[in-house]
Design a protein around this ligand. Structure first.
Ligand code: MG
Length: 380
């Protein structure tokens, strides 16, 4: 079948596991995998795919993995920065970065610098350092292959016309578990309620971001960088069924949409087979049994982070890094039950506007990240 060879970063997470399933079904070689500390799943992948190189960020877990797989030829890189090293050391032609959070940025840079194809599921790479990452990709003459479902949909819909004919991008949002809640109702919601997400199968951090619409805000910034369209030309529309994964509106008011069952494996496969299509690894879309689709405007009064994200895009500099760092800290506190959503919204906005700066370098991005986190921590 295919001779594609993959390195999957964040292989034990939700997208990582689905990427392994695509590799299994499409017969891709998996040269390398990385994780934070879940070595059980890594060991399983090493044995199933004959992986040659592993990276484990947690030093102790790395030593345990070494002992567990000493009967194989797999080399283990352990300790902080292991995924970043793996991204350049792997012999894979494509690095799929499905690490969650800011931790994915350095591996993104490392994959691009070493001349690999980058399939990007780590949206934080673009949210925090979009300008620097896109500049680097351009220098390397690489097109970043989007794995996020909305961006995969836009990428496909952009094949329906010329870039100069695009009027706007329309990102769809599932609305999350608190869709329809009033400002009053949102005050008392808990992490447990948020984690009951209706449609997509995701990790807990992104599920909270989906409940607050922060995830959609991040996706607006991500789309703006990926497709070179200003955030003011990106609309968000709530579509509860998650069948239309996003759309492009052209200057003649024609809208091209991409539809399919909500299954990340379709996006992973498209990123890996682009510009071609291969036999499906996901189910067929049955529109008749779906029977109808619904659409709503997002409630930006109750969920203010979406509007904040557009403001952050306009501010440029390191404001994206500030937004992401502040949000990661505040979501951590929300997951632990230490703060509610009103406090999360207030803290994220305040920290973003106070710690972002106009500078545009990787150094400044990391500095702002640390400052935004500290700002939030001191006020919890
Ligand atoms: Mg998405």
């Amino acid at each position: 079948m295919s001779n594609k060879t993959l390195a999957i970063l964040g292989a034990t997470g939700s997208v990582g596991q689905q990427a392994l399933d695509v590799a299994r079904k499409r017969n891709y070689k998996v040269d390398a995998v990385s994780c934070n500390s879940d070595i059980k799943s890594i060991e399983a992948a090493v044995r199933e795919f004959g992986v040659r190189l592993c990276a484990v960020e947690d030093e102790t877990a790395a030593s345990r993995l070494k002992a567990a797989i000493k009967d194989t030829d797999c080399k283990v890189i352990g300790g902080k920065g292991a995924s970043e090293r793996l991204a350049s050391e792997t012999e894979a032609d494509t690095v799929l970065n499905s690490i969650t959070g800011m931790a994915g940025l350095k591996p993104t840079v490392s994959a691009l610098k070493s001349g690999k194809e980058l399939a990007l599921a780590n949206k934080e790479s673009l949210v925090t350092a979009g300008s620097c990452v896109m500049r680097l990709a351009k220098e390397q003459n690489k097109e970043i292959l989007p794995v996020d479902s909305e961006h995969c949909a836009i990428w496909q819909s952009l094949r329906g016309g010329k870039r100069s004919e695009v009027k706007k991008l329309i990102l769809t949002a599932s609305g999350g578990p608190f869709f329809g809640y009033t400002k009053e109702q949102i005050r008392s919601v808990t992490a447990e309620q948020a984690l009951k997400h209706p449609t997509w199968n995701m990790g807990s951090k992104i599920t909270i971001d989906s409940a607050t619409l922060m995830n959609k805000g991040f996706e607006v910034i991500e789309a703006a960088w990926l497709f070179g369209v200003g955030a003011e030309k990106i609309d968000v529309i709530v579509h509860r069924e998650s069948i239309i994964h996003s759309m492009v509106e052209y200057k003649d008011n024609t809208v091209i949409a991409q539809l399919g069952v909500p299954d990340m494996r379709a996006c992973i496969q498209y990123a890996l087979t682009y510009p071609n299509r291969e036999a499906a690894v996901v189910n067929e879309l049955d529109l008749v049994s779906l029977s109808k689709m619904t659409f709503f405007a997002p409630d930006t009064e109750t969920f203010p982070l979406l509007a904040l994200a557009k403001r952050v895009w306009a501010l440029g500099g390191t404001y994206g890094s500030a937004l992401n760092g502040a949000n990661e800290e505040a979501v951590g506190a929300f997951l632990q039950g230490r703060i509610g959503l009103p406090k999360l919204f207030a803290l994220v906005e305040e920290a973003t506007l106070r710690t972002g700066v106009a500078e545009d370098s990787f150094e400044a991005v990391f500095e702002t990240d640390a400052e935004a986190r500290q700002y939030v921590r001191q006020r919890l």
